[in-house]
Design a protein. Structure first.
Length: 168
């Protein structure tokens, strides 16, 4: 009986030491991860400040000048690749509000920006011409509404016509 009790005590002590070591290791790993995240955050803050200095025409020396030029090149490539992805998917992205719309859209359905010129269109409708206008197409789709100016069918959530840029 004493042997059994000693064996149980030894197993309990070994399990306790192993658990204590595991808990300590886990705590240290969490603290290490936290410090690594903090260091990354500091790197990001430094990078943002350097970017701000350069965007206002400053300079921090040859090394940073070269890195800033690399960053600008990378940003241009990213922008170009995003446009290619949009084109392949049949979409285009508004330069003002970043809303994605069909590639055939001339105006952003969210903010009314001319997608070719990058400028918002004046939101007032043009004067109604004296000549009779063609009848607008009546939508049979549940999630669509027609523009009162050009008659094009737009998604219900659109605030501006994708075709003429006027308020819906």
């Amino acid at each position: 009986m004493d042997n059994l009790r000693d064996t149980i005590q030894n197993v309990t002590k070994t399990a306790y030491k192993a658990t204590k070591g595991f808990v300590k290791s886990t705590k240290l790993s969490l603290e290490l991860s936290s410090e690594e995240s903090r260091l990354k955050s500091i790197y990001i803050d430094i990078g943002k400040k350097v970017h701000e200095i350069y965007s206002y025409g400053g300079s921090l020396g040859k090394f940073f000048d070269e890195k800033y030029a690399e960053m600008l090149d990378c940003e241009q490539k990213i922008d170009s690749l995003k446009k290619e992805v949009d084109k392949v998917r049949g979409n285009r992205t508004c330069p003002k509000c970043s809303k994605t719309s069909a590639f055939t859209s001339e105006f952003c359905p969210k903010c009314g920006t001319n997608l070719d010129a990058g400028e918002p269109v004046v939101a007032e409708p043009p004067p109604i011409p004296a000549a009779p206008e063609p009848e607008p197409v009546v939508s049979t789709a549940v999630n669509a509404k027609n523009c009162q100016i050009c008659g094009k069918e737009n998604a219900v959530e659109n605030k501006f016509c994708f075709s003429c840029g006027r308020i819906l």
